[in-house]
Structure formats: structure tokens, C-alpha cells
Design a protein around this ligand. Structure first.
Ligand code: F0G
Length: 457
């Protein structure tokens, strides 16, 4: 057993990890009222305190990554500061979002609604690794594959990263209620953070199309659930109209502060790699918020000199819900929405809100968009599950996409690839439970013993 250190040992260890004295002060904060949102389509601007997130031209406003400066710090000073915060035992720096607050949103600490989100593991599963996990990399066909498991967030998906920032802003602006439309994960996250912030929450869900685990979370955490006849895109239209007319603060990824928080996936991933950028980052793409956010983080990290080159982004859609892929494939033809019908319910989206932002990210990172069938998604999920890692169906699109792009010669087998697993296996257990476990009759004991005997050789 490790002996418990005395207080004096703890203090001297903390002194070792304290930021170096040449680092600039860390207490630079912004007031959201002083920020300016910009329309990426027509250049119009709005106050950072607005609750209307669409420009008059219809395009969602952006919070530019350089809307606030990074405290005037050099790349070396920022890297040292982020590293030093890993030793913090108190305060918001324990969050894998707020640790990077100079790059995310430097709110004053007392405004922050946080529950130590982020800090998600990065699993080395490449074919070049030792151990059973290498099977995942071998399946994808890459020597160096890193799975960033965002399912390890407090509510089991990457949505918590955007929600801690969005909810903090909602509270700072004096919002009286919050709302979102969701395929299930955003609503679970919204419900949890609204409970913490003590704000009433309304979630608009496509009826019968949300996985059980996610629905259970929203209800249990106390959100008022509105089931909308139709799909996610219908729910999105309804919640936008309601938020506008009733003055409820909208926390979908159309809200630029949500996306600011999701940028932290990129910063934390780069930090975990000691700021050595991978060649590729692959992720599932639905409403395109995450593609936009991670892309913005990578571009910002390169601009600040935190990394020497920008990884290429591979955005992976389900073939049955692939309007972004269609546009890309047709030389960036105007977005044509579709009726989505994939079994990966989290990304069952036919009219992605962040299309324009994501298109710019794919262009700027020399990225690609791919589409994979449901069969490919579930085959990839079986690999991740079997490794003992597990993820929800939509997340597995990232691995299926890497495999496809390696097969097409777009990703080189010796590339270093980061893939984002966006949600936890337990979100959607109907899709994994082997039929045998669901059968009324348990397996015969004698047969089970024979199986165990065979497994032991
Ligand atoms: N993976 C999971 C597990 C998701 O829940 C989502 C989106 C995505 C990927 C796609 O991310 O929309 O930023 O492109 N879920 C949203 C929700 C739509 O309501 O929970 P995106």
C-alpha cells in the first residue's frame, strides 16, 4: 500500500508543479457581454449576450476562436500552464474543459458550472501496440490508432464539454429556463447541468427515436421531456421557435458557447499527445457541431504555435443520414437535406445546423468526409466492444470510417490516427445485448460448463 503522504510532502510536491514565474498571470477573464459573435456567411455581428443564435441571413453565428486573446501568453507559457494545472486539486482547472480556459472561454471562476468533465482516456489500440487491443487497430488497418473515449464524461458523452460552457453562460446571462432538441445525448447532458445550475430544463425529443439509456437520464435528472412527432430535424425546428417566442435559452450546438466548450476535446487530445499532432482525427458527424468545434481547436492550436502542423479531419456520416457527405462528394454542392434513417440514432440527422462551419473546417484542415453503412458501423462497434472498451453505435462510425479510408488509400497504414468515441456503450444497450442473454430460458448449466472447459483448453 502506498503510504499517505504527510501534509508537508503534499505541499512540497505542489510547489514543484506550480507554474513557472515567467508565465503571465492566469486570471484574465472575459464578460460575455463584451464578446462579439460573427456570421460566417455574411459577416454580420451580434453581442455575445444575445439569445438569438441565427443571423438575419439564417446562418448560425460563430464565436471566433480569437474572440479573446490567450492572456498574451506564448505557446511555451500556455503549454507550461496547462501542464501545471494537471496538478491542481481544487477549482475548475480539474475540468478537462476549463483547464484550457484561455482557449475555450475565460469566464470568471464563480460563473462556472462544472463537474470535472473531460479528462477522458486516450487508448492506444493501434496494430503496432502489444496486447489484445491491437485487434482494433488491425481491424482499421493502422499501426497507430488512439481512441479518445468521450463516453467517460459525467453523463456518458462528449456533450458535457459544451454543456458546462453553455450552462455557465446561461446562468451568467440570467436565463430563467433552458432547452434543447436532441437525439438523446445533448438532452441527458442539459438535464444534468440544469439540475446543477438550478434551472428548469425542457428537452424536445423525436418520439420513439431516442435510445433508452439517454431518455432515462433526461427524465431522472428532472428535465421536462417533450416528445415531438417526427425526427430530430422536426424537434430542432420546434425548439428554435419555442425558444425564440418564450425567451428560453437554447443550448443546442447552434449556441456558439456549446461549440467553444467542445473545442476542448481537441486541446485535451493534443495535450495528451504532448502537443505532437496526429496525422488524422476521425469522428462521427451528425449535426456537425463537433466537426466544427474540433476543427476550430486544431486550427487555433496551430495558429498559437502549440502544434507544428494541423491534423486532417475525417468526418464520418452514416450512409442513411449523410447530407454532408453528399455535398462533399459532389464538390461541395449546396446542402440538400435528407430524411435520415440510420440505426445509429445519435447521428440520425438530415438537416445539419453547423453545415457551413464544418465545410470550412474540412477545407482548412485538408480533411475528408466519408459515409459508412449501418452494417459497417455495427461491425466496427463489435470490435470496440469486444476489446472491452465499448461505445454507442454512432461512435463506432469513426472506426468504420478509418477502416474505409485506409481501404481507399486515403489514410496511410503508418499514419497516427486519433478517433473520437463520442458516447458510452450503456447509452444504447438494446443494440448490443446478445440474443442469448435476452432469451427467456437461461443456457443450460451443463452446456455452459462445457463452454468454459473449452475456453480453458
Ligand atoms: N456521436 C454521438 C454519440 C452524438 O450524440 C452525436 C450528436 C454525434 C456523434 C454527432 O455530433 O451532431 O456534433 O455532429 N448528438 C446530438 C444530440 C445531435 O442531440 O445528442 P454532431
Amino acid at each position: 500500500m502506498t503510504p499517505t503522504p504527510s501534509n508537508s510532502t503534499v505541499l512540497s510536491e505542489m510547489a514543484v508543479v506550480a507554474p513557472s514565474h515567467d508565465a503571465p498571470p492566469t486570471d484574465v477573464t472575459v464578460d460575455v457581454h463584451d464578446l462579439t459573435l460573427v456570421c460566417p456567411q455574411c459577416g454580420a455581428t451580434a453581442s455575445g449576450a444575445t439569445a438569438r443564435f441565427r443571423c438575419a441571413c439564417g446562418t448560425p453565428f460563430d464565436l471566433p476562436a480569437d474572440a479573446f486573446d490567450a492572456g498574451g501568453a506564448s505557446a511555451d507559457a500556455l503549454r507550461a500552464r496547462f501542464g501545471a494545472r494537471l496538478g491542481d486539486m481544487r477549482g475548475v482547472a480539474r475540468s478537462g474543459v476549463w483547464r484550457y480556459r484561455e482557449l475555450v472561454l475565460p469566464l470568471a471562476e464563480e460563473q462556472i458550472v462544472s463537474r470535472q468533465e473531460g479528462n477522458t482516456p486516450l487508448y492506444a489500440v493501434g496494430a503496432a501496440e502489444l496486447g489484445a487491443w491491437r485487434a482494433v487497430g488491425a481491424y482499421a488497418g493502422v499501426a497507430r490508432l488512439l481512441l479518445k473515449h468521450e463516453g467517460a464524461n459525467p453523463t456518458g458523452s462528449f456533450k458535457d464539454r459544451g454543456m458546462t460552457v453553455g450552462m455557465s453562460v446561461a446562468r451568467a446571462l440570467g436565463a430563467r429556463a433552458v432547452a434543447c432538441a436532441s437525439t438523446g445525448n445533448t438532452s441527458a447532458s442539459l438535464a444534468a447541468y440544469a439540475a446543477q445550475a438550478d434551472l428548469p430544463a425542457f428537452v424536445f425529443l423525436p418520439q420513439g427515436k431516442v435510445a433508452g439509456g439517454k431518455l432515462a437520464q433526461s427524465v431522472a435528472y428532472g428535465a421536462r421531456t417533450v416528445e415531438v412527432a417526427g425526427d430530430f430535424d422536426d424537434a430542432m425546428r420546434q425548439v428554435e421557435a419555442v425558444a425564440d417566442s418564450l425567451g428560453v435559452y437554447l443550448l443546442n450546438s447552434i449556441n456558439p458557447y456549446r461549440l467553444a466548450g467542445q473545442r476542448a476535446i481537441g486541446y485535451e487530445l493534443l495535450h495528451q499527445l504532448d502537443w505532437q499532432a496526429p496525422d488524422w482525427i476521425a469522428l462521427p458527424a451528425g449535426n456537425l457541431g463537433n466537426t466544427s468545434a474540433i476543427g476550430a481547436a486544431l486550427l487555433r492550436a496551430a495558429e498559437l504555435g502549440l502544434i507544428a502542423r494541423v491534423p486532417r479531419i475525417a468526418a464520418i456520416q452514416a450512409a442513411e443520414a449523410a447530407p454532408f457527405y453528399h455535398s462533399y462528394r459532389d464538390g461541395w454542392a449546396p446542402l440538400a437535406s435528407v430524411r435520415a434513417s440510420t440505426r445509429a440514432t445519435a447521428i440520425n440527422i438530415g438537416a445539419p445546423v453547423s453545415y457551413l462551419r464544418a465545410r470550412e473546417v474540412i477545407r482548412a484542415t485538408n480533411g475528408v468526409v466519408a459515409a459508412v453503412s449501418d452494417d459497417e458501423i455495427f461491425a466496427a462497434k463489435a470490435q470496440i466492444d469486444r476489446a472491452g472498451i465499448g461505445c454507442e453505435p454512432a461512435s463506432a462510425a469513426a472506426l468504420a470510417g478509418v477502416r474505409k479510408l485506409v481501404g481507399e488509400g486515403i489514410i496511410a497504414p503508418d499514419a497516427t490516427v486519433g478517433a473520437i468515441l463520442t458516447g458510452h456503450l450503456l447509452k444504447d444497450t438494446q443494440q448490443v445485448t446478445p440474443a442469448r442473454l435476452l432469451a427467456d430460458e437461461p443456457p443450460e448449466v451443463a452446456a455452459l460448463l462445457r463452454e468454459i472447459g473449452a475456453a480453458l483448453g
